[in-house]
Design a protein around this ligand. Sequence first.
Ligand SMILES: *Cc1c(COP(=O)(O)O)cnc(C)c1O
Length: 429
Amino acid sequence: MTNLSLLLEHDRDYVWHPYSAMGTKLPVYPVKSAHGVRIKLTDGRELIDGMSSWWSAIHGYNNPRINQAVKDQLQDMSHIMFGGLTHQPAVDLAVQLVELTPEPLKTVFFVDSGSVSVEVAMKMALQYWHAKNRPAKNKFLSIRQGYHGDTFGAMSVSDPINGMHSLFADTLVQQFFADAPNCGFEQSCTEADISPICAQLQNNHQYIAAIILEPIVQGAGGMRFYSPEYLQQIRKLCDQYDVLLILDEIATGFGRTGKLFACEHASINPDILCLGKALTGGYMTLAATLTSYKVAQTISTGEPGLFMHGPTFMANPLACSTGLASLKLLLQSPWQDRIKQIERCLKAGLEPCRNFNLVKDVRVLGAIGVVELHRPVNMQLIQPQFIEAGVWIRPFNNLIYLMPPYIITTDELTILTNAVTTIISNIQE
Ligand SMILES: *Cc1c(COP(=O)(O)O)cnc(C)c1O
C-alpha cells in the first residue's frame, strides 16, 4: 500500500473532520505544503486558494517574514504560563490591538480560539452586571443567522436552526433572538429591519446583559451583508436600554470588508470586541477579547473582584509573535487598495452567475464574494470539480463563496471566479 493510500485509510478510520461523520464517502485531500496563494496536494496537484483557510491566511501561506518571527521566538521560548508572568510579545500585541481598535477599547484578554473569545466576552458582560448589582441581566440578545462558535455559550447565541438548538435543548441557555435585518450593505435600514430587535429590547431589557452580533457581515450563518445604519441603530438602542454591545469581528477583522474592522463602516464602538481568525495571519490559533475601561473597572472593583477565566495557553508567545508579524505586514502593505481591487474583480467575475436559474443572489463586499443558490450544493459532486479546475473552494449548504488571501493577483482571482461560474453552469444543466 502506498503512503498516500495508507494516509487516507487512517484518516478515514481514525480522524474526525469539522462537521463530519466518521466513515463518510466525502473526499478529503492530503496537503503537502502551501506557499503564497498555492496549496500543493500530496499527489503533486496545485490549487489556488479561495478560502484563506477560513478567513485567516490573509497573507497567504509560508510568508518569509512571519516564518522568521516564529523562528526568532522559538529561540527564546515557545510557551510560558501567563499567571504571574508576562512577556514582550503579549504586551506589544495588546498595545497594538488597543491602538488599532475603536477608541473605548482599552484592555485585552488573550485566549486560544474564537469560540473561547466569545465565551470570555459573554462572561465579561455577565460579571459586569453582577458587579453592578443587577444580576437579573444575565441573558443575551442576538439576531438569527448569526454564528459565534461551537462552544456552549457561543452556540446559545448562534442561529437556533443552524446551531441545532433543539438537539442541545436541555443544555443550552435560552437566549433572546430577533430576526436579522433584510437591508443589504448599500441599502437603508427601515423600520421593518429594526423593529424585531427593538421589540425584544423593549420587552426584555431588564434581563439582557448584552447584544451580541457580527458587524456588517454574518459569516458562517449565511454569508449575509447588512446596512451600517442597522448597526448605528443597534448602538443607540443599547445605550437607551442599558445593554452592552459585543461585536464579534472574528471573521471580519483585519481588513476583510475593506475597513480594518467592520464596525468602522458604521463609525460605532462596541463595549466588548472579539478578534480571532486573521489575528495571526492564519499561522496559529490565537484570539482576543477587548473591552473598555468602564467594563474592565466595573468587573475588577465589584464582586468577586476578579475576572474568572484563565486558559492554560493564554497569550502563547509563539502565537503573539506571529500576530505582531502579521499585523506589521498588513499595515505596511497597501491593503486598502488590494481589497478594493479584489472587490472589483469579484464583482466582475461573479456577475455572470446572476444569469443562472439556480442562482438566488450574488453579493460582494471587500474581499468576500458570495454566490447564493436556491438549493444546497451536492458536495460529493462539486468538490472534485473544483479540484479538477485547480482551485480550493469549499462551499457550504447553498453558498459558494470566495475569500482569498489579500496577496492574490488579478489573474489568479480570475481563475477562481471562472471556476465558480463554469461549475455552476455545469450543475445548472
Ligand atoms: C469562526 C468564528 C467564530 C469561532 O472561532 P473558532 O476559532 O472557530 O472557535 C466565532 N465567531 C465568528 C464570527 C466566526 O467567524
